[in-house]
Design a protein around this ligand. Structure first.
Ligand SMILES: Cc1cc2nc3c(=O)[nH]c(=O)nc-3n(C[C@H](O)[C@H](O)[C@H](O)COP(=O)(O)O)c2cc1C
Length: 215
């Protein structure tokens, strides 16, 4: 059955702008023909920075790993399997200190594995995942584009590069900014969310079947 994977990197809940926008999009995509939803809330996982055991195991051939080395990769395998199985990926994320939250960085460290989701070569890294739509919602308390106090964005270029490394090139991003700057910004964000969700769910409806046919 076609499925949506919704990965949430916000530690907030009902008051999270990126999570709620992701949920709205998931509900609309379900109407567009992908009824199964897998929600992966990164704040509920025992995530920690990757360790020596993980690095060693990830560089070994699968058939030479010990049981313990296989265990070191168990969570990584589970998260990669979720990625491989989904028809589209929704990523809800706040900006933390100008870039992705630590939990999302760990998720990327776990799913970006040489020989598994990308391969190195003379022309650089090549993605091993089938391409599919990725929808990213980024929430930031301060402004990203408006002057005079705009801030540098080390989040979206990095995320695009990381996803493309695994072969995920069809990435649409909604940036909700200035969310700590009062009601006017909140209203603008709500309107932008509604319009973006409407546009993306229409596009998904038109393209999902084509992606499935080439998978
Ligand atoms: C640890 C931390 C770091 C943050 N760093 C930034 C930042 O660099 N730039 C910014 O605009 N907002 C920053 N914020 C504010 C959040 O991006 C903002 O509250 C956002 O709405 C949270 O996402 P959510 O609403 O989806 O939960 C930070 C918040 C926290 C808790």
């Amino acid at each position: 059955m076609p499925s949506i994977l919704h990965v949430n990197a916000s530690p907030n809940r009902a008051d999270s702008h990126s999570l709620q926008a992701g949920k709205l999009l998931a509900a609309r995509l379900a109407q567009a023909g992908s009824p199964a939803l897998i929600e992966r809330d990164l704040s509920l996982l025992p995530l920690h920075a990757i360790n020596r055991e993980f690095v060693e195991a990830s560089l070994m051939r699968e058939d030479t790993r010990s049981h313990a080395q296989g265990q070191a990769l168990a969570l990584s395998e589970q998260l990669i399997a979720e990625l491989e199985a989904c028809d589209c990926l929704i990523l809800s994320t706040p900006m933390h200190n100008f870039t992705v939250p630590a939990a999302l960085k760990v998720w990327l460290d776990l799913v970006m594995r040489p020989g598994r989701t990308f391969r190195g070569g003379p022309d650089g890294k090549q993605g091993l995942l089938n391409n599919r739509p990725v929808f990213v919602i980024v929430a930031s308390g301060g402004p990203m584009q408006s002057k005079p106090d705009w801030q540098p964005d080390f989040l979206t270029p990095y995320l695009r590069c990381a996803l493309a490394t695994m072969g995920l090139n069809d990435v649409s991003i909604l940036q909700l900014e200035s969310l700590k700057r009062g009601d006017k910004a909140l209203l603008a964000a709500a309107q932008a969310t509604e319009q973006w969700v409407e546009r993306q769910s229409r596009r998904y409806h038109d393209t999902a079947a084509a992606y499935r046919a080439t998978a």
